[in-house]
Design a protein around this ligand. Structure first.
Ligand code: GAP
Length: 698
């Protein structure tokens, strides 16, 4: 369960996370469970801050977004409609040697020489006999025995004549090599013949990496046969093949052969209601009389199958109509949700980056189809006219402008919590990478310590968030699967449509019809279904004149845990200094932006044994506490208390000293505020402290 020790920076981060209580391995006392992580005291605060900042930016600070909090388990029909039941899987390969499982698309190509073996036999009796011969004769002896065994095998009747021939050959051999004390070849032949009868016939191939000795490939192949019950494997029919091009057919860890890729469903399955789960396990030796009973139980169980949601988005689509009707929103508007998602990832990795249980912050922002925008506004703004980074949303924005706007908004959000543009990147998905229904998807990347470098040493980063333009696919799917209408009525469209010239109406209608036809005919299998799809597309296109359409969606979808990891990696800093006596000390500091920092201010009385200082410090703590997370600390030297807060990432420390109490009358009721990042200290009036801190953390 430990993180691979390939990235020193990641190792340090993982270690600090545990030491300071940011992130712990789930179920650690039982050895952990792969892909699951717990957030400790500081991590829980950090996570809460991040989710609240997202919620605030995406809902409360906007008029056009409403919130939702849906259940994790929903009707399994939702996952049929979304396509997850049929397609949410990763191609997976198993290593035939070390038995580890990997995602096929994550195997690094390797080059070298492939060693092929047709099988192996157990040499536990044969080898000790052979080893009684001096090392320089062993190959010759072995080939004598194997050669003879081949001849022997060719005979239909292993007659006395054959046995005598072997004896004669053995005598000749003995005479030639003068090895009187060695076991006779007949004995070796007997052991070999017995062992070969029980040989393992599984062929195996191993890749020998450049610069490695051939023996290492043989050793790996031997492990493969040992796992298949051959205690002392003697490899058979070794053959080598030099690879012309890099291959992804071998394990990146042990270089054994990988299995063919198989789809591996990522959804966690469960049962709802009182299902006798043990009745569902098929037992091969089941009494035939009980088979019917088992089928019945199995079918009952299948009816109760449910899934842990693999994304929060689908609940938003399923509740679209309810939110629309109760929130008094009108398209364009969004629905936001933060919550748990579960994916049975094939290879959870990179600490929390790819987990099996994680949280998402998703917005589904519903927009008018471009044909509707054009009908109402007379045009659809192009990307160059709209420049979303400097403009407020405009009524003539089509999907492209909205998509770009959300990419910009999200990048601004990350900047606002301390991830500078230099630490981020973007990846515009290519046509091959896009889901079939998506028109565009831009990933916002963060340069994690484990992110790969290209051949020029540049780091692109790994995905923090994807912003997808998903057309009207999701609502259309839920309309089709639930039979409930997902379209909206738009009075502006109805009014505008009536005023359009006939040619414009025909043009817009035709474009909308073609779009609907493309979607609807995709799922039609028979000619009747195609006819029904065309009829439906025609009806949908007629709906425009009545002010009806199915909204399109722009989806900014972010992972909470990936963002937490990015914030931790971004904040991590260490400084090692060496004193005059040569003793070196490393100081760690988490430079979180004050908005996300788990603790906003440390509050310290200069001395704990001075009741006046303690009383005043507690008053300051109580002044700040209703507004922010503060940490009161009176233990240890003031330097130690600062260092503890630096490691926790606390941006400000407030010290109450004798001047606060009026030792220097001009400093009465002032405190020292110390800044984490540069150690600077200044005095501030106590009466101004709260407003000052609030201005920094909001
Ligand atoms: N509704 C769209 C959707 O779920 P996604 O790209 O599969 O899209 C969105 O997931 C975000 O969720 C990702 O950008 C990532 O931040 C986060 N995420 C996805 N799988 C994750 C995993 N296994 N562990 C942690 N975060 C994950």
């Amino acid at each position: 369960m430990a993180e691979p020790k390939e990235n020193l920076q990641m190792e340090k981060i993982v270690s600090l996370c545990k030491r300071r209580g940011f992130i712990f391995q789930s179920s650690e006392i039982y050895g952990g469970i792969n892909g699951f992580w717990d957030y400790g005291p500081l991590g829980a605060e950090l996570k809460r801050n991040v989710k609240e900042l997202w919620w605030h930016a995406m809902t409360r600070q906007r008029d056009d977004v409403a919130g939702l909090e849906a259940t994790i388990i929903m009707s399994p029909k939702i996952w049929e409609a979304s396509g997850h039941v049929d397609t949410f899987s990763d191609p997976m390969v198993d290593c035939k040697g070390c038995k580890k499982r990997f995602r096929a698309d994550q195997i690094e190509p390797q080059t070298g020489i492939v060693y092929h073996f047709s099988g192996a036999y157990d040499g536990s009796k044969f080898n000790p006999l052979l080893n009684q011969y001096p090392p320089e004769f062993r190959d010759a002896v072995k080939s004598q025995v194997l050669e003879f065994a081949d001849d022997y095998k060719k005979q239909t009747d292993p007659s006395e004549e054959i046995v005598n021939a072997l004896k004669a050959r053995a005598l000749k051999f003995k005479a030639e090599f003068k090895q009187d004390n060695c076991p006779p070849l007949t004995e070796l032949h007997k052991e070999y013949s017995e062992a070969i009868q029980n040989k393992c016939d599984n062929a195996n191939s191993v890749l020998l990496l450049p610069g490695k000795p051939a023996e290492s490939a043989r050793k790996t192949a031997m492990q493969f046969y040992q796992q298949r019950g051959i205690n002392t494997p003697n490899l058979l029919d070794e053959r080598t093949e030099k690879l012309e091009a890099p291959t992804t057919c071998f394990c990146n860890e042990c270089q054994s052969e990988l299995t063919e890729p198989k789809p591996f469903t990522l959804m966690f399955k469960t049962y709802v209601g009182p299902v006798n789960v043990s009745a569902l396990d098929y037992k091969p030796d089941i009494d035939p009389k009980k088979l019917e009973e088992w089928f019945k139980a199995f079918n009952e169980g299948e009816k109760n199958i449910a899934y842990l949601r693999p994304e929060t988005a689908q609940a938003i689509f399923a509740q679209f109509k309810n939110v629309l009707e109760t929130s008094r929103q009108k398209v364009p508007f969004g629905i936001a949700q933060v919550g748990k998602a579960f994916r049975n990832e094939v290879t959870p990795r990179n600490f929390t980056f790819r987990s099996r249980e994680f949280e998402q912050m998703e917005l589904e922002f519903f927009i008018k189809p471009d044909e509707v925008v054009e009908a109402i506004c007379g045009n659809v703004a192009t990307l160059s006219d709209s420049q979303p980074s400097t403009l407020n949303p405009q009524s003539n924005w089509g999907w492209q402008a909205w998509h770009q706007y959300w990419v910009e908004e999200r990048e601004r959000f990350y900047e606002g919590i301390g991830l500078s543009r230099e630490t981020l990147g973007v990846h515009h998905q290519t046509a091959n990478e896009l889901a079939h229904y998506a028109r565009a998807c831009t990933d916002i990347l963060f340069k994690f310590p484990f992110s790969k470098k290209d051949e020029h040493g540049n780091v692109a980063g790994d995905e923090l968030e994807g912003i997808a333009a998903r057309s009207d696919f999701d609502l259309s799917q839920h309309q089709r699967f639930s039979g409930k209408p997902m379209g909206v009525f738009d009075d502006e469209l109805r009014a505008a449509w009536g005023k359009l010239p006939k040619e414009k109406q025909d043009d817009l209608r035709k474009r909308y019809y073609n779009h609907r036809k493309n979607y609807l005919t995709k799922s039609a299998k028979t000619s009747e279904e195609v006819d029904a799809a065309l009829k439906q597309a025609d009806e949908d296109a007629n709906g425009l004149a009545k002010g009806q359409y199915i909204p399109h969606v722009i989806e900014p979808s972010a992972g909470v845990d990936r963002l937490i990891l990015a914030l931790i990696a971004n904040a991590y800093s260490e400084v090692t200094s060496t004193d005059d006596k040569g003793k070196s000390e490393t100081i760690y500091m988490m430079k979180f932006h004050p908005r996300v920092a788990p603790i906003k201010a440390g509050v310290f009385p200069l001395l704990k044994n001075k009741p006046e200082l303690v009383k005043k410090a507690q008053e300051v703590r109580d002044l700040l506490r209703p507004w922010m997370n503060v940490y009161y600390d009176e233990g240890g030297s003031i330097g130690k208390r600062y260092a503890r807060q630096d490691e926790a990432g606390t941006p400000f420390c407030v010290t109450i000293d004798f001047d606060t109490l009026g030792e220097k009358p001009e400093l009465l009721d002032t405190v020292t505020i110390r800044y984490r990042d540069d150690g600077r200290q200044e005095r501030l009036k106590t009466s101004e402290l709260l407003a000052f801190l609030l201005s920094k953390i909001r």
